[in-house]
Structures are given as C-alpha cells and as structure tokens.
Design a protein around this ligand. Structure first.
Ligand code: PFF
Length: 451
C-alpha cells in the first residue's frame, strides 16, 4: 500500500479535510451538549476547565490522531497494527483501534437518538406548533415527545438510515458533498441567532456572565471530569474518528496548523451556542440545569417569538440535524473502514452492517426517556446516561491518553519527522506536550475523580 493514498478514497483538498474534520467535530456536542453541561456544572468555571482541556490536551492529541491516520492510511485498527509493527513495538497498541470502535458504537447509539429529536423538531417548527409559545408549553411539548417511544424510535431510525446512506456513498460523493455546503450555512444561522439573543432577549449580559465569569464554588472534581470528557467528545477525539479521516488527508498539508484551525472552529460554535441559549434561559425564567432538554426547550421559545421564526426555526433544526449527520458518519467511519478491509465487502455493505448494529444498541437509549426510564445500569443511571458516561468520560480520555503516549514515545522518529515536515516551528512543542502534558493531564483528572 502506497503511503500517499488510501484505498477508501481521499479528500480533494486541504480545505475539504478541514471542513470534514470540522464537520465531525461540530455537532450535537456543541449545540446541544455543551450548553446543558455548562448549565449543570456551574457555567463559567466549567467553560474555563473545558477551554484548558481543549487547547492543552485536545489540540495536541488531535494532531497526533491526524498524524497516525495519515501515516497508516487504513482503518484505525489496521493503521495502529501496522504502525506498531513498523515502529518495532508491541501489538498491544492495536487496542486503541478496538477501544475506539467500541466507543464509536456506544456514542452513535445515543447520538442518533438525540439527532432524531432534532429532526422531529424540523416538523414541529415548520408546522407552526411553536408560534408564540412560552416556556411552559415548550417544556410540555418536549416532555410529551420524548415520552412517545414509537415516534422517538421512528426518528432515530430515519436518522440512522440517512447516516448509512451518506456513509455508503463514500468519502468524496457522500461526505465531502455534504460538508461543503452545510458547514458555512450552519455558521451563518448561528450568527443570526446570536444577534437575536443579543438584541431581543434583554438578558444577553446575564447569559455572558454565566458563561464567562467563573464561580469557583460551583466547581467539583466531577465537573472537571465532565469538562475533560466534553473536550474529547466535541473534538471527536480518542476513538479513531479523526484518525480515520486523517487517512484520507493529502500528504503535503500541515498537521498542527490544521488541528488548531479545527479546534478554533469547534470552540467558536460551542461558545456561540451558549451565547444563544443562556440569554433565552434567563429571559424565560428557565433553569440552566435543565439537562438534555435545554436546547429543545429554549430554541422553540426564541423562534416562536421571532418574525419568520416558523421558517428559520425549521431551517435551524435542519442544520442541527445535518451537523449531527456530518458527525455521525465520522462515528461510523473507523468501523466501516475496518469491515471493508477485513471482510472485503463494498462500502455500502459495510455501512449497512455497522449502521444496523449501532441502531440496535441505540434502542436502549431511545427507551431511556420513556418505557425504559426505570431501567438502570451503572449506579442508578439510565441506559442513555450509562452510554454517555462510559464513552465520553472514560473511553475517550483513556483512548486519547494512549494515543498521546503511542505517538509521543513509541512511534518511529522517521514517521513523525515525515509527517510533521510542514510543521517545523511547532513540532518540538507538540512532542513535549504529547509526551508529558497530555498523558499526565488525563491521568491527574482520572485520579482526582476516582480517589
Ligand atoms: N464531535 C461530535 C459532536 O461534538 O457532536 C461528536 C463526535 C463525533 C464524537 C465523532 C466522537 C466522534 F468520534
């Protein structure tokens, strides 16, 4: 296998890689999960911990994943096996690929459910159901919808089918085409809504204060773990998604520069989402600690009161759904690429196989808000909460730590030098951080939380 191309396909340019990786990174994690976690974990102090994790630990690991993917040019499982072999080290490192595939299934299982909620809100918005709505009604509609197992599973199934369809069409025709148009559109709509929150809610300042002024008393070591987990989740790190995408990246582009751009884009979308949602929370007497329903309750209120909100609201949820799709495809990619390599089947068959398994596991999360709400797994958590907790707070940081250790200490020097040829100025700093800072950072958070 030549090292300049992947058998699975290639991004047509550096920009397309950035859009695809940003498409993976920007998703429900930014618009839905970040605001509600910030709301539950004390606002500003959580945001601060999150930003430190993103730039100190996240960016270097992001670069490491791209590097490993591009050097391997295969599915993460096989890339890791080959790179370990070429570096003359143990095949243990292949575990990174396997753990990643497991985390991918767990995340996709609940991700597709929430994305299904977002899709159903396209219809709710467009039908005018939220015109003039207030906080009570918005909460009530959300509660009734999630309690309806049949419709939740219906939307979950539709979202999964779309994900499979795009993944099946391949890197160029499926993914690249999707991200090329949707990512810029998403930015425009987000900015529009920030203006709405700033001008129309009368509580913009309160929202900003909540997000940006750290109240140290509100913080606990548990929230530190959540902030770190969110940093990994939002950058799509620690499970091989970015590694899989890196395998399709053209050879002559800078890795560290690209990783930084992706992180900046991703962080801006999260902060903008917070700046949209919190002013609405305060203006409507809602609690920031509303939980997973936060976005689904606040945005309908805003759109319900805005001129043209019926259309813009529907459009916004179209874009949330597409932001979710460009992420869910990347969640499937490590497993799809591996199935194609291992079983020598077409991409379409690989995508269907992986998608059906993830769909099935997802039923557990779909039922966590209705008929399965009383079924608990890990210390009183529902199936949904358990998948979320184990994958994001444990598997992703652990995977990221192993990736940093492998790339920093065990990967053959020649490979690192080749891949970082375009990043001379930063490569030493990257080395120090991947060797020492990132692994220690993850370890310290784990120890603080579990001791
Ligand atoms: N980064 C995505 C988001 O913020 O919505 C979620 C995600 C995608 C996590 C891909 C992990 C992953 F591999």
């Amino acid at each position: 296998m030549s090292n300049t191309e992947s058998a699975h396909g290639m991004w047509s340019s550096k920009l397309m890689f950035i859009l695809a990786a940003a498409g993976s990174a920007v998703g429900l994690g930014n618009i839905w999960r970040f605001p509600y976690l910030a709301g539950e974990n004390g606002g500003g102090v959580f945001v601060l911990a999150y930003l430190v994790c993103i730039f100190l630990i996240g960016v270097p690991i992001l670069a490491a994943e791209i590097l490993l993917g591009r050097a391997g040019r295969q599915s993460p499982i096989n890339s890791m096996r080959n790179l370990a072999r070429q570096s003359g080290t143990s095949s243990f490192w292949q575990l990174i690929g396997w753990m990643g595939a497991l985390a991918g299934f767990m995340i996709l299982s609940f991700y597709a459910v929430i994305a299904g909620w977002a899709m159903s809100y396209i219809v709710e918005m467009a039908s005018g159901n939220f015109v003039g709505t207030d906080a009570n009604r918005a909460s009530q509609v959300f509660g009734e919808f999630t309690a309806d197992a049949v419709s939740v599973v219906g939307w979950h199934t539709l979202f999964m089918a779309l994900t499979i369809y795009i993944a099946a069409r391949g890197v160029g025709r499926g993914l690249e085409t999707t991200v090329r148009y949707l990512m810029p559109a998403l930015f425009v709509l987000l900015l529009m809504l920030v203006f709405y929150s700033a001008l129309a809610t009368g509580h913009f300042k309160e929202g900003l204060m909540f997000l940006f002024s750290p109240d140290l008393d509100a913080f606990s070591t548990d929230s530190l773990l959540v902030a770190m987990g969110q940093a990994f989740f939002t950058l799509s790190l620690g499970m091989g998604a970015i590694m899989a995408y890196g395998a399709y990246m053209p050879k002559d582009t800078s890795i560290i520069g690209t990783a930084t751009t992706i992180a900046l884009l991703d962080t801006s979308v999260a902060l903008l989402s917070g700046m949209i949602i919190f002013p609405l929370v305060f203006a409507n007497g809602l609690q920031p600690s509303e939980g997973p329903g936060l976005m689904f309750i606040t945005l309908p209120i805003a759109f319900g009161q805005m001129p043209g909100g019926q259309i813009f609201g529907a459009l916004f949820f179209v874009l949330v759904s597409f932001a979710a799709i460009t992420s869910s495809i990347s969640l499937m990619e490590p497993a799809v690429a591996w199935v194609v390599e291992k079983l020598a089947v077409t991409r379409a068959k690989g995508a269907v196989l992986v998608g059906i398994i993830a769909w099935f596991v997802g039923l557990g999360s779909a039922f966590s808000f209705n008929i399965g709400a009383d079924f608990t797994l890990l210390s009183g958590m529902t199936f949904f909460d358990t998948m979320d907790y184990l994958s994001n707070n444990i598997l992703l940081p652990l995977g990221g730590m192993l990736i940093a250790i492998f790339a920093g200490w065990f990967l053959k020097d020649q490979i690192v030098e080749d891949e970082l040829a375009g990043d001379k100025a930063w490569s030493n700093l990257w080395r120090v951080i991947t060797r020492f800072v990132a692994p220690t950072g993850v370890m310290v958070v784990f120890v603080m939380t579990f001791l």
